[in-house]
Design a protein around this ligand. Structure first.
Ligand code: SF4
Length: 485
């Protein structure tokens, strides 16, 4: 989904910028970049490809020689960024998190007006460049951001750096988070609040959906009030977010513990221990253990040295090999035991089936009871925050196999009291080769988060609830055809 960080300091901000950006490494795998303002008031950008190495290793060298009072950084899941521009507002740098679904259409309109795009990659427009050009059409930066929000279909949160400060804008539906932190002499903005404590910042405020705040030497200046409500991504708490982060005042680790507790409350299985698939399954398992009073023990341990999460090899074969190597089953714990295994979610199920369950069985586990912390994933993310296709989703493959064809109306499969739902879960259980499988209920997951349902994006599970223009846009797109096995 990409992670943003920005900072303004009365002294040199580079150390905060460097580490603050690095604390977003779990949100993107393609590019890491920073931009800062030099003495002459001009923004300078540095972007590195981080597919095969971490942000730290690319930026550490030489960072001690940079001096600046203000800068922005991004860990990007798609485009190279931040980008720098000379404009009628003066020079600026910008980075974004999110998706513009009508990108081609908007780019075509701008090109017809004479705007030039320079960051094209094999015909693909860079979203950050498009957003910058749309902002440039406004009579001020604030007005330009608002105008851009009116034109795009999708969700964009951004940081825009000028020589005087940083504009922080959260997308109108609040799908992605932004928070502002402060300490003496420095103010920072981050997608993930886990970037704050070690750098000495405490959370000052959560930026509201549609709100625009300007960080400058004078402090925080509200440029545009936020809107009530939001549709923040529920998957942030279940899987994508870092455990020490907090969105809308609600901490990720605590939500995961709540998810585990709800799973345990509805469970009747008798097992010897509870374990979680590292990393994000661990807190779900701790919550399960707290509620069930079964001991939490680690049957699977992740070998972290050398396997950073941002290391994404290009070939599927190598990705599979790394998935196989990273998790080590501990037979001293697994041997002869019935294991409840908590996981954040099941997407394809292939790694769970081919590596995790197989390893536990080989390590001598007597039974493996899988408990995902969210309901079956039925629809690919429309905001591109967690990219998947229908073809990849094991629940859709199950439906295909049970119906003998792809079905558009899956509503009965969403209802956990229906026979179809139970047949689908049983198909997945057999496919995974586990002793039992019980998914979280949607209402329990929502209660575990603690926000009203209407304030969450739940599209992955229910296939509706996104803003009307995005829903209608999706309906005009060619439908993905699922090939039934
Ligand atoms: S569709 Fe899913 S992953 Fe995407 S924003 Fe909504 S809940 Fe999050």
């Amino acid at each position: 989904m990409s992670g943003l960080f920005g900072v303004i300091s009365t002294n040199n901000c580079i150390s905060s910028l460097y580490y603050g950006t690095d604390y977003h490494t779990h949100l993107g795998t393609e590019y890491g970049g920073i931009a800062f303002i030099e003495k002459n008031g001009q923004p300078v950008k540095k972007i590195h490809d981080i597919k095969n190495s971490q942000f730290k290793s690319k930026f550490y060298e030489g960072s001690d020689k940079i001096k600046s009072h203000l800068g922005i950084g991004v860990i990007s899941d798609r485009d190279p960024q931040p980008l720098t521009f000379e404009s009628k507002f003066g020079a600026f740098a910008i980075c974004c998190a999110g998706l513009v679904a009508n990108k081609e259409h908007l780019a075509k309109e701008l090109i017809e007006k004479g705007v030039t795009f320079s960051e094209i990659d094999r015909g693909d427009i860079n979203t950050t460049e498009l957003v910058a050009h749309l902002i440039n059409e406004g009579k001020s930066i604030t007005y330009g951001i608002e105008r851009m929000y009116e034109k795009i279909i999708g969700s964009i949160s951004l940081l825009l750096l000028t020589k005087n400060g940083i504009y922080c804008a959260r997308d109108r539906n609040g799908v992605t988070p932004l928070a502002i932190g402060q300490k003496t002499g420095e103010t920072a903005v981050a997608s993930e609040t886990c970037a704050f404590p070690n750098l000495g910042f405490t959370v000052k405020k959560y930026v509201a959906p549609g709100e625009i705040v300007f960080l400058s030497k004078k402090g925080l200046e509200g440029k545009k009030k936020g809107r009530p409500g939001s549709k923040i991504c529920a998957f942030l708490w279940v899987y994508t977010g870092f455990p020490a982060s907090t969105y809308e005042g609600i901490n990720v680790e605590k939500v995961r513990e709540n998810c585990g507790m709800f799973l345990a409350k509805r469970d009747t299985v008798q097992a010897d221990l509870v374990s979680g698939i590292p990393d994000s399954g661990v807190a779900h398992a701790i919550g399960y253990a707290m509620e069930s009073k079964m001991p939490y023990r680690r049957v699977l341990i992740k070998y972290t040295p050398g396997y950073g999460r941002s290391y994404t090899p290009l070939s599927q074969e190598l990705r599979d090999r790394i998935a196989l190597m990273k998790l080590i089953a501990n037979d001293a714990i697994a041997q002869g035991n019935k294991v409840v295994l908590c996981e954040d979610s099941i997407v394809r199920g292939t790694q769970l089936k081919n590596f995790t369950v197989m390893k536990l069985m080989q390590a001598g586990a007597k039974e493996v009871h899988v408990r995902p912390a969210c309901p079956p994933l039925m629809f690919p993310c429309v905001y591109n925050l967690s990219t998947r296709t229908i073809q990849e989703l094991v629940a859709r493959r199950a439906i295909c196999a049970l119906e003998g064809k792809d079905v558009e109306d899956v509503s009965e499969y969403l209802n956990p009291t229906s026979e179809k739902y139970h047949r689908m879960v049983e198909w997945i259980r057999k496919d995974l080769g586990v002793t039992s499988l019980q998914y979280q209920l949607l209402d329990d997951m929502v209660e575990a988060i603690g926000l009203p349902k209407e304030r969450l994006c739940l599209y992955c599970w229910i296939g509706k609830g996104v803003q009307k223009n995005l829903q209608s846009y999706q309906e005009t797109r060619p439908k993905e055809i699922l090939t039934c096995e």
